[in-house]
Design a protein around this ligand. Structure first.
Ligand code: ZN
Ligand code: CU
Length: 498
């Protein structure tokens, strides 16, 4: 009897493990994250990696997804977030995963959840991250372990917040650190960098960090720089003194030997509209000798805690949360003042502690900054806000829809590069950010005809349209408007793959 006619002793099953690929995504247009022109190809995933790109339509795979007419890009990297606490809960990450984000950078603007263990007070703007009981990590290793254990929906890169170090080390924040306090801060930062945090962030704009001078900041930048960490900064001033602030951070980065990232770059206040011509020229003049970059979000309103010093005649202010008057969330300050029969300042005083969106940028500056080749996209979304700025849900599709496709500000492959390949390089995320064989399979499939942000200032918690599928480390995490409860993200340690 021929071998093939014999009944098998055991039923042979072509099990999933025997198939060459776990997932085959075929028929789409690849935008690979490098800025190169899009091209047609199929892409195959095995485990957490991209294992083949090419003509694979005959290949076998456990799951095949036909994406005719759709685009396939690296998952977006949100370079500027405050998801320190949010990343540990799946529902809080829906704003990100639903717009195609597969990696978030947390710990920005000088505020990070670690190293802080139940601080007695949670002063502004640290309160953007949560309440006192959320701060339960005396060091970065314990924070990293908690993030890993929580199985985050996206990958997470964590920066060490300078203001958090100050709260941990200094009883009086109204002055520069003493040498003993500075040593304590350097010790904690060094610990975090040893645990492979991504770098240092400062927020000397805020009262918590404002008293820090260069004698305090430069040694900290140096500590981060020694490990190859980045120095991200919410500068002292983004209004009239924006150029002076840029010079201050260029110097700190140069002296400290770290690569610089200017956070949410803007020219705020009507008086300063149009000055991105000057700020970008200054950036260009130092980029030949210094490692510099910036992040930005595609809106002309900023958002943070309510700061009455930022109020300006004629500027609209939208309240995003208020402890004293929770129902004021979503209303404009001038309307509240009118209703209460008082000035905006008085209304603001009564609302605090509170959060706000400030309409203080010009569209022209937003466009010019976005177009700069060193610009990366960062949402700066505030996941804990009751009525958040729409950037939390809409940033990435908005850049693609409004600025690349409708306004033709740049080709779509350049928009994608600013969200993927460029930040992966800046943050030293090896084998991520571009579509290449051997890289991690962090992917987004989107429909170029329908992709669009839907979040608005009126209705900010709206998922974007046109994001068909999102893969994190090779696993389908978001598909046709639905995300499974399990997360496949990882804590990404600096200079390490997985
Ligand atoms: Zn900031
Ligand atoms: Cu921020």
């Amino acid at each position: 009897m021929a071998w093939w006619a014999r009944a098998p002793e055991k039923a042979v099953n072509l099990t999933d493990a025997m198939l060459p690929y776990d997932t085959l995504i075929s028929g789409g247009t690849i935008i690979d994250g490098t800025g190169n022109s899009p091209y047609q190809a199929d892409l195959a995933i095995k485990d957490d990696r991209i294992v083949e790109i090419g003509d694979l339509h005959h290949a076998l795979a456990v799951r095949k997804i036909d994406i005719q007419g759709k685009c396939l890009a690296p998952g977006f990297i949100d370079t500027h977030t405050h998801d320190d606490h949010a990343c540990m809960s799946a529902s809080f990450m829906e704003p990100k995963i639903s717009q195609g984000v597969t990696t978030v950078v947390v710990g920005n603007c000088g505020v990070s959840l670690a190293p802080l263990d139940h601080p007695s007070a949670v002063p502004e703007p640290i309160n953007l991250l949560g309440e006192s009981e959320d701060f339960r990590f005396p060091d970065f290793q314990s924070y990293f372990d908690a993030v890993d254990a929580a199985r985050p929906a996206t990958n997470v890169v964590a920066l060490v917040g300078h203001s958090s170090l100050r709260v941990a080390a200094m009883p009086d924040l109204g002055r520069s650190a003493s040498s003993k306090e500075l040593d304590a801060m350097i010790g904690m930062l060094d610990d975090a960098m040893r645990a492979r945090a991504g770098g240092l962030s400062t927020g000397v704009f805020y009262p918590l960090g404002r008293a820090a001078d260069s004698d305090e900041i430069i040694p900290l930048v140096r500590t981060a720089g020694e490990y190859g960490g980045i120095y991200a900064t919410h500068m002292r001033n983004e209004h009239d003194a924006v150029l002076e602030s840029m010079r201050e951070v260029f110097e700190a980065a140069r002296e400290g030997g770290a690569s610089l990232l200017i956070s949410h770059h803007k020219c705020a206040g009507a008086r300063n509209w149009g000055r991105s011509r000057e700020t970008l020229a200054l950036l260009d003049s130092v980029r030949t000798t210094q490692d510099v970059s910036l992040d930005m979000y595609p809106y002309d309103a900023g958002s943070s805690v309510l700061d009455l010093d930022l109020l300006e005649d004629g500027m609209r202010v939208l309240i995003t949360w208020s402890t004293a008057h929770p129902s004021a969330s979503g209303s404009y300050l001038h309307e509240i003042a009118q209703e209460w029969g008082c000035t905006e300042r008085e209304a603001g005083e009564a609302l605090k502690p509170a959060g706000a969106c400030y309409f203080f940028m010009s569209e022209e500056d937003v466009r010019r900054i976005m177009q700069h080749p060193l610009a990366m996209i960062g949402s700066d979304g505030l996941p804990m806000d009751r009525h958040p700025h729409p950037r939390l849900w809409g940033t990435f599709p908005r850049v693609i829809r409004r600025y690349a496709m409708e306004q033709g500000l740049f080709p779509i492959e350049e928009a994608i590069r600013e969200m993927t390949g460029l930040p992966a390089g800046r943050f030293g995320l090896r084998e991520r950010g571009t579509l290449a064989v051997g890289n991690y399979a962090d992917l987004v499939v989107f429909d170029p005809l329908t992709i669009a942000d839907r979040a608005t200032y009126e209705n900010p918690a709206e998922a974007s349209e046109g994001i068909d599928h999102v893969f994190v480390n090779g696993r389908l995490t978001w598909s046709d408007g639905q995300g499974p409860p399990a997360g496949y993200g990882r804590l990404l340690r600096r200079d390490a793959g997985g």
